[in-house]
Design a protein around this ligand. Structure first.
Ligand code: PLP
Length: 365
């Protein structure tokens, strides 16, 4: 393989990031106390339209906190798409709950609500919706379904900063929304996460648990088993600087996606991961589906030979050894097909039109 000229992702850190980080160093506020944490939380809440938000150290512990705050625990069933990043399922296992896998919609690649409906039992406590690759699942329909069946709804929005359904940002349709700011996310803090909710009490519970469950009334008194899942002021400083430019980053990524779509139109056996009507796809990753697994792997090898890095779609989580028993012998054909045939293309905001044209020119054998 030649050197990577076009990585799948590379953040743009050329705003106020270094200025704000230097401010942390110069003022000695490098740990989780310091003004950037609160500012990042309030600005992020404002950006998504939530009354409250709380930071944490990454998008995995963020899901853990979300489930803890909603009292999801041992014996509870949580419905989750098989086609997701493994962290969604790991978090369900952290609290001792039972992941109940569902298959995906072949057009949107997101969890299928018809499949969710088949999996509800007396033990179902929650649905974990995942908005994959910047596309929303049918979240309005799912939210109505959960209300009707008295189920909690957790939204894993790790890949969905800037993603909306009917103008509302994802993360606000359910009981709680969880975000990731890993280095390849639409905005980054290096490592980081955020929780948002329409319900301030739920966010207060997350904030309490993430900081060793320290009592508000009594110094060094802890009233539950808490965690140290806090974000540092340095990470929040980077996040705030990123957030200042989030609209332009999302707009750039959408423009890159449209450039790819145009260049790839007419290439046989490639399906573009399209925006669905009434939604805003933030194109965290510009993604395509090939016809079959050998075609996908041959294309990835061809692109790699030209220095173009790609990522395969996620292997569905029910195929991993530690989660396999929860599939209860069932197959998830759409999820499995997506895991074998999808590709994420270079999707970073600094890609130019000519970069996209070059990448697309390498699709031909
Ligand atoms: C769907 C999904 N959920 C959760 C996570 C976990 O986030 P983090 O890597 O910040 O722990 C990711 C991260 O890539 C993700 O893609």
């Amino acid at each position: 393989m030649s050197d990577i000229k076009y990585p799948v992702y590379r953040p743009n850190l050329r705003g106020n990031e270094s200025r704000y980080v230097n401010e942390c160093l110069e003022t000695n506020w490098i740990s989780s106390k310091g003004t950037f944490v609160g500012k990042f939380e309030s600005e992020f809440a404002k950006y998504v339209g939530a009354p409250a938000a709380t930071t944490c150290s990454n998008g995995t512990v963020s899901l853990h906190l979300a489930l803890l705050a909603l009292n999801v625990g041992p014996g509870d069933e949580v419905i989750v798409p098989a086609f997701t990043y493994v962290a969604s399922v790991n978090a369900i296992r952290y609290v001792g709950a039972i992941p109940v896998f569902v298959d995906s919609n072949p057009t949107t690649w997101q969890l299928s609500i018809a499949e969710v409906a088949k999996k509800v039992t007396a033990k179902t406590k929650a649905v974990m919706a995942v908005h994959l690759y910047g596309q929303t699942c049918a979240i309005e329909e799912l939210s109505a379904f959960c209300k009707q069946h008295n189920l909690l709804l957790v939204e894993d929005c790790a890949e969905a900063i800037g993603t909306r359904a009917s103008e509302t940002h994802v993360g606000l349709f359910g009981d709680i929304g969880s975000f990731s700011f890993f280095g390849n996310k639409t905005i980054t803090t290096g490592e980081g996460g955020m929780l948002v909710s329409k319900n301030r009490d739920i966010i207060a519970r997350c904030a309490h648990l993430k900081s060793q469950a320290v009592s508000a009334e009594r110094t060094y008194w802890h009233d539950a088993i808490g965690y140290n899942y806090r974000m540092t002021n340095i990470c929040a400083a980077i996040g705030l600087a990123q957030l200042e430019r989030v609209d332009s980053i999302v707009a750039k990524k959408r423009a890159i996606a449209m450039a790819y779509k145009k260049c790839l139109a007419g290439i046989a056996d490639i399906e573009f991961h399209n925006e669905q009507p009434g939604t805003t796809h933030s194109f965290w990753m510009v993604s395509i589906k090939t016809k079959n697994n050998p075609q996908r792997d041959a294309l990835r090898a061809r692109l790699a030979a030209s220095g173009i890095e790609t990522r395969p779609g996620f292997p569905p989580s029910h195929l991993f050894p530690m989660h396999a028993e929860f599939a209860r012998g069932e197959c998830f054909p759409v999820a499995e097909h997506l895991g074998e045939t999808t590709i994420n293309l270079p999707s970073y905001p600094d890609l130019t039109q000519s970069d996209v044209e070059f990448i697309c020119s390498r699709f031909h054998p």
